[in-house]
Write a protein that binds this ligand. Structure first.
Ligand code: ADP
Ligand code: RBF
Ligand code: MG
Length: 380
C-alpha cells in the first residue's frame, strides 16, 4: 500500500483534516444515522458511508435524504441530527498515532493547520476535548469560512495563507477522496490515510496512501523523522484481547505452515475497529500452559482477500498439539508494519518469518519485556 511517487517536493508545513484523519468520527456517523433512519422506517446501509465521507454537512445530508427517500428537506434533516452529533463530541477518540504526530511536529517547530469541511465552531468544540491540540495549530479553517468546501482547493489555500507559506510548502494529510482531490487541486503534496477499508481509488490521486498515521514517515517529505521506532518496531499503548481459542480459516498450518490461534471477534468489534490493521506483537498466555512471545496480524489478510477483520496470533513456541477451546490472553505491545499483499505464497511466508524474528528480538528489550508481567497475563 505504501507507494511513493517519485519527484516529491520538500515541504515545511502540515495541513491536517480532522474527522476521520485525527479523530474517529466514522463510527459515530454510522451509529447516529442507524438510529435516526429507524424513525423514518428505514434501515442504514453501511455502503452509504463511502458516499458521505469527507463531504460538507449539507452535502452529506442531501445525499442521505435523497438516497433513503426521507420526507424532509436537507436543512430539516440537518437540524434534527446536529444535536445528536454535538452530544457525542466530548467522547470522540483520537485515532491511533494522532497524538504522537501532533506532539512530534509541535516539538520540532513544524507549523500545522487544521482544514475541515465542518464549521469552525464545531472544529473548535471537537478539539477542545483533546489536550494540547488547540495550541498546536497555527491556523484552523472551517467549511463556513470559504465559499466552497473540499473538493474545492479553497480551504487548503486559505490554510497556507494563514500559515504565511506558499501552497507548495505544505503536506496535506487526508482520509477522504474530496479532501485528497482538494489538496491536489491546491498543488500540495497529499498523503491519504483512508478511514474506511478497501478505498483503493484514493491511490490514484494521492502522492502516497498509508494505512494509518503509524505508517507516516515524515522524512520522505523533508520533515523531521519520528525518533520512537526501535529495531524495526514501534512501541504502542498496550491493549488486551482474550477468550477461548476458536477455529479459524483452516489454512494457517496447512497452507502456510504457520498456525494462528484465532479468537472469536464477537464482543470485540469496538476493540478491533479501533486498531488499524497491521502486524503487531506482544505476549500470549494460555491458561494451562504458560506465557509465550507472540506475533500477529489484524485485518483482512489481503493475500486471501477476506471479508472479515480477524486477529491471527502466532505463538512463538512449538506445541505438539492443538489447544482449541483453551483460554488465550494477549497483551499487544508494539507495531511492525501494515498488512500487505504478496506476489506469491512463498513471499508472504518469508515476510511472516521476518516478522517473527523482529518480534522475538524486540520482546527482549525492557520496554517490551516488562509487559510479560501484565496482570492480564495471570488473570485467566
Ligand atoms: P485455524 O484455521 O483453526 O486457526 P490453524 O492452521 O491456523 O487453524 O492452526 C491454529 C491452531 O493450531 C490453534 O488454534 C492452536 O490450537 C494450534 N497451534 C499449535 N501451535 C500453535 C502456535 N505456535 N501458535 C498458534 N496456534 C498453534
Ligand atoms: N496475511 C496477508 O495477507 N498479508 C500480510 O501482510 C500478513 N501478515 C501476517 C503477519 C503475521 C505475523 C501473521 C501471523 C500472519 C499474517 N498474515 C498476513 C495472515 C496470514 O495470511 C494468516 O495467518 C492466514 O490467512 C491464516 O488464516
Ligand atoms: Mg488460524
Amino acid at each position: 500500500m505504501s507507494v511513493v511517487k517519485p519527484l516529491k517536493k520538500l515541504v515545511s508545513c502540515v495541513i491536517l483534516d480532522l474527522d476521520g484523519t485525527l479523530i474517529n468520527t466514522d463510527g459515530i456517523v454510522t451509529d447516529i444515522l442507524k438510529v435516526f433512519l429507524v424513525n423514518y422506517g428505514k434501515q442504514w446501509d453501511g455502503r452509504e458511508a463511502h458516499k458521505i465521507v469527507g463531504k460538507t454537512p449539507v452535502e452529506a445530508a442531501a445525499m442521505v435524504v435523497e438516497d433513503y427517500d426521507i420526507p424532509v428537506t436537507k436543512e430539516e434533516f440537518l437540524s434534527q441530527i446536529t444535536p445528536m452529533f454535538s452530544e457525542r463530541w466530548s467522547n470522540i477518540k483520537a485515532l491511533p498515532g494522532a497524538n504522537r504526530l501532533i506532539n512530534h511536529f509541535k516539538s520540532h517547530g513544524v507549523l500545522m493547520a487544521l482544514a475541515s469541511n465542518s464549521p469552525k465552531s464545531n472544529i473548535e468544540k471537537k478539539i477542545s476535548y483533546h489536550k494540547g491540540w488547540r495550541d498546536s495549530f497555527s491556523a484552523i479553517v472551517g467549511g463556513d469560512e470559504v465559499t466552497a468546501g473540499k473538493p474545492n482547493p479553497e480551504i487548503f489555500l486559505e490554510a497556507a495563507k494563514r500559515l504565511g507559506v506558499h501552497p507548495s510548502s505544505c503536506l496535506v494529510i487526508e482520509d477522504s477522496l474530496p479532501g485528497v482531490t482538494a489538496g491536489k487541486a491546491a498543488e500540495m503534496d497529499v498523503v491519504a490515510v483512508p478511514s474506511l477499508p478497501k478505498q483503493s481509488h484514493l491511490c490514484s490521486s494521492a502522492d502516497e496512501v498509508i494505512n494509518s498515521l503509524l505508517d507516516l514517515h515524515p522524512e520522505k517529505w523533508g520533515l523531521p523523522a519520528f525518533q520512537d521506532w526501535v529495531e524495526g518496531t514501534l512501541p504502542i499503548e498496550t491493549w488486551h484481547i482474550g477468550g477461548p481459542v476458536t477455529r479459524g480459516f483452516g489454512r494457517g498450518s496447512k497452507v502456510l505452515g504457520i498456525p494462528t490461534a484465532n479468537l472469536s471477534t464477537d464482543g470485540y468489534s469496538d476493540v478491533l475497529s479501533e486498531h488499524p490493521s497491521g502486524v503487531y506483537f506482544g505476549w500470549a498466555a494460555l491458561s494451562t500452559r504458560g506465557i509465550y512471545k507472540m506475533v500477529m496480524s489484524i485485518g483482512w489478510n489481503p493475500y486471501f482477500n477476506n471479508t472479515e477483520k480477524t486477529i491471527e496470533p502466532w505463538l512463538l513456541h512449538d506445541f505438539n498439539e492443538d489447544f482449541y477451546g483453551e483460554e488465550l490472553h494477549l497483551v499487544i505491545v508494539g507495531y511492525i508494519r501494515p498488512e500487505a499483499n504478496f506476489p506469491s505464497l512463498e513471499s508472504l511466508i518469508a515476510k511472516i518469518h521476518e516478522d517473527r524474528r523482529i518480534a522475538e528480538k524486540a520482546l527482549e528489550l525492557p520496554i517490551y519485556s516488562k509487559h510479560k508481567g501484565d496482570p492480564y497475563m495471570y488473570n485467566l
